[in-house]
Ligand binder design. Structure first.
Ligand SMILES: [Zn+2]
Length: 109
């Protein structure tokens, strides 16, 4: 287990299962899985992002939005990041509007 997983898991709150993998190119992959929500009949909802700190932040942003939408009232420390997550989402949308040929970062979950 990598040392970052402990604080990440505690911030994500009791519903999250945080996992950090290495892909075939020695790159971190952050996965945050919801222990409650099941999508597509049998798989748990999850956010999944490769990369370093940016990947971790992007996965956590997705998780924060998921908690807000599906588990309002859940007491998770990461909800403190909600306004920052919304600002990052807004920024990504503006970048994409300015450059529509860029690959959207938020379509795979
Ligand atoms: Zn959920």
């Amino acid at each position: 287990m990598l040392p970052i997983s402990t604080p990440a898991a505690s911030k994500a709150g009791p519903l999250a299962k945080v996992k950090i993998d290495l892909d075939g190119h020695e790159q971190f992959i952050y996965k945050i899985r919801c222990s409650v929500c099941v999508v597509r009949s049998h798989r748990n909802w999850s956010a999944y992002r490769p990369g370093g700190d940016n990947g971790f932040i992007a996965a956590m942003d997705r998780w924060v939005f998921h908690l807000r939408d599906k588990h309002a009232g859940t007491d998770a420390p990461c909800m403190a990041f909600l306004s920052a997550a919304q600002q990052r989402l807004q920024l990504r949308r503006e970048i994409q509007e300015a450059n529509p040929t860029a690959h959207p970062a938020d379509t795979n979950t």
